[in-house]
Design a protein around this ligand. Structure first.
Ligand SMILES: Cc1cc2nc3c(=O)[nH]c(=O)nc-3n(C[C@H](O)[C@H](O)[C@H](O)COP(=O)(O)OP(=O)(O)OC[C@H]3O[C@@H](n4cnc5c(N)ncnc54)[C@H](O)[C@@H]3O)c2cc1C
Length: 219
């Protein structure tokens, strides 16, 4: 069972806009150490609501970051968006077990994300740039290739379903139907449950063992 952690107060450093509805919130690390792939539970002053956010920054950075999609009519994502440098941020964690499987040093890692589900993979890719990884990022539009220049050249593949001009026009599931998954690779899926279910089925149909599939469902 996962241990519970005490809530502590951090201080917002800044907010970086990636699109008009997606941003990176940077805040003080205090004494928190984490494994890439873990998440924090965040909240703001004068509001009891709390939500989970994967850590976006690399393990060794001296700050923490999360990448947040502003959800229409959402409560906490909106409150986070309105934060300013110096504001308090309530944090619990790190929590979760969505980490890299390092049992085979030469393993091929395939990261598959929808939308903001790219966040834990950004942390993994920047914390361990030497690993053999490919990141498939499913979004609708070209401008949703969040900070794609942060990844090792050639390892980030954007799959856009609403606009042409990316590495692949279509959804990540279309990509996997066209490019047969390697049964020996380790697969990490993160984002909405619809994408995760579909990808999971494709992987199983292609003889990927369940022990090589790891998933983090956002909603
Ligand atoms: C382990 C974990 C890690 C997560 N990490 C991240 C992260 O790194 N970045 C991030 O942006 N979100 C992340 N989420 C989702 C996040 O916790 C919130 O659910 C989200 O920000 C919406 O909260 P809200 O209070 O603004 O909206 P609410 O008022 O709680 O919900 C509004 C509606 O939006 C839906 N919804 C939730 N997330 C999304 C989304 N991304 N896109 C579209 N609809 C959505 C919900 O299903 C709900 O119906 C994570 C969730 C989990 C469980």
């Amino acid at each position: 069972m996962e241990k519970t952690t005490v809530e502590q107060v951090s201080k917002v450093i800044d907010i970086r806009l990636l699109t008009n509805s997606t941003f990176v919130l940077r805040f003080e690390k205090n004494d928190i150490s984490f494994r890439a792939g873990q998440y924090l539970i965040l909240g703001t002053k004068n509001n009891p609501e709390r939500r989970e956010y994967s850590i976006y920054s690399p393990e060794k950075a001296d700050y923490l970051e999360v990448l947040v999609k502003l959800v229409e009519l959402g409560s906490v994502s909106r409150r986070l968006f309105e934060l300013k440098g110096g504001d308090p941020l309530y944090i619990q964690g790190p929590l979760g077990f969505f980490n890299l499987d390092n049992s085979e040093p030469d393993a091929k890692h395939v990261f598959i994300a929808s939308g903001s589900g790219i966040s834990p993979f950004h942390s993994m890719a920047l914390s361990y740039p030497e690993i053999n990884y490919t990141l498939l990022h499913g979004v609708r539009k070209l401008d949703e290739g969040y900070e794609r220049n942060h990844y090792v050249k050639g390892r980030y593949l954007q799959c856009t379903s609403g606009e042409k001009g990316s590495e692949f026009f279509g959804r990540v599931t279309d990509y996997l139907k066209k490019h047969r998954p390697d049964p020996l690779a380790h697969y990490y899926l993160c984002g909405n449950s619809g994408m995760i279910d579909e990808v999971w089925n494709i992987l199983e149909d292609n003889d990927v063992s369940v022990k090589n599939i790891h998933a983090e469902v956002y909603f």
